[in-house]
Design a protein around this ligand. Structure first.
Ligand code: ZN
Length: 332
């Protein structure tokens, strides 16, 4: 991802006047911390390396197909029931893409469910690379794809060892990062929004009839060195109760430096169709680098988005905080 969500931002500000959105510091003061498994960052790091070893997993490539098979097998090995959703998606330039959403479910027959999701495809072009010669090179996407999947896989492993009483759907969305590059903006000026193709398809065609979940958590770029995760605006509008709970929990269990209790910008990301089309409140954990050329961090959509630029401490902060939310929820 993604460009700033400017049109939506204006609408959100208006809607916020109606009082639905509250201030950032009105979360629970002290939350009881329930027993929770330990999220192993090394295991998530290994999974980032595994995914990157396939090369750039651009939708439709052999690396993408093989990595998809790897993700399916890994989730199955952790006891998940896996549903695959394939669909022909259409890129901004009319190119047909063989989309593949992967849904891995714990406790699949339970009606009480939550969603953890991330995109698994890689951007086809490093169009924000500082070196113009690199801008048509596909990215390895250690952070901007592999990190979210890796955190989900490690969570699935921990949940298998310490089962939850409700069901979790880990959804790997395809073709999130096929958004139109700058050089095609003039030619395809009338193209509809070109990001988030797999999640939009899923939101319009959930993998199960009458599908429902209480809430969702999107993980996007959750391993980059130096990342801090401010409260993203679309998340606050649609899923503020969960945002407040997660950020305050993270602060309480020692990750205050990663989860500052302040607002970030609004972004166009896979949580938007989940909120707006599927109607499931979904927040986005996405980095917010202040006063930086890109708020998503220095490796965003560059050839430097490689495993060397992942910090396992960031994976740990995100993975442990989300796990804590799940196990706190389990004790309700
Ligand atoms: Zn991206």
């Amino acid at each position: 991802m993604k460009k700033y969500f400017l049109v939506m931002a204006a609408a959100l500000l208006c809607m916020a006047c109606g009082g639905k959105q509250s201030s950032v510091d009105d979360g629970p003061d002290t939350i009881a911390i329930e027993p929770c498994p330990t999220f192993e960052a090394d295991s998530a790091m290994q999974s980032i390396n595994d995914q990157c070893a396939f090369g750039p997993r651009v939708t439709g490539t052999e690396a993408h197909r093989l990595c998809g098979d790897y993700i399916v097998e890994k989730f199955k090995s952790y006891g998940c029931a896996v549903t695959e959703q394939t669909a022909e998606l259409v890129a901004y330039d009319g190119q047909k893409l063989p989309g593949r959403n992967i849904i891995a479910s714990t406790n699949p027959d339970c009606m009480d469910r939550i969603i953890i999701c991330a995109h698994w495809d890689c951007r086809p072009w490093a169009d924000h690379d500082p070196n113009p010669d690199n801008r048509k090179t596909p990215i390895l996407a250690a952070n901007d794809a592999a990190s979210g999947v890796a955190v989900m896989l490690e969570m699935a492993r921990q949940i298998q060892a310490s089962p939850l009483k409700y069901g979790v759907d880990f959804i790997c969305f395809d073709a999130e990062d096929w958004g139109m590059p700058d050089w095609d903006e003039e030619q395809y000026a009338d193209a509809i929004d070109s990001w988030c193709l797999g999640s939009t398809y899923w939101a319009m065609n959930p993998h199960k009839e009458n599908y429902a979940a209480r809430y969702g958590i999107l993980l996007d770029m959750v391993g980059g060195r130096g990342s801090k995760f401010a409260m993203e605006g679309v998340s606050r509008y649609y899923a503020d109760t969960v945002v407040q709970m997660l950020w305050h929990l993270a602060n309480q269990i020692g990750y205050a430096s990663f989860f500052p209790l302040k607002d970030g910008g609004q972004v166009q990301d896979d949580h938007v169709p989940v909120n707006q089309i599927a109607g499931i409140p979904c927040l986005d954990i996405i980095p917010h680098f202040e006063n930086a050329p890109s708020s998503f961090g220095p490796t965003w959509h560059t050839v430097s988005d490689t495993p060397e630029n992942i910090d396992p401490a960031v994976l740990k902060a995100v993975g442990q905080s989300v796990l804590q939310l799940l196990y706190n929820d389990n004790a309700r």
